[in-house]
Design a protein around this ligand. Sequence first.
Ligand SMILES: [Zn+2]
Length: 71
Amino acid sequence: MPSPDPTPEPAEPAPEPDADPDPGPGHRTRVVERGSFASARCDCGWKGPARRARDRARRDALSHADGTGQA
Ligand SMILES: [Zn+2]
């Protein structure tokens, strides 16, 4: 005696694949020291001006990575 399935299971929504959040080409900056000067560098090829103070170079890198474009 065939019995009809009374409650078909609802199809589960397919779990979304873990997509990598891609914020775009990010700017990875670092400060490179050269002698008594320090300058910021970025993976995008940007180079900051040589600074006497590493702190200044870091700020250059930060403002560049921020997208303000100030060099
Ligand atoms: Zn950059």
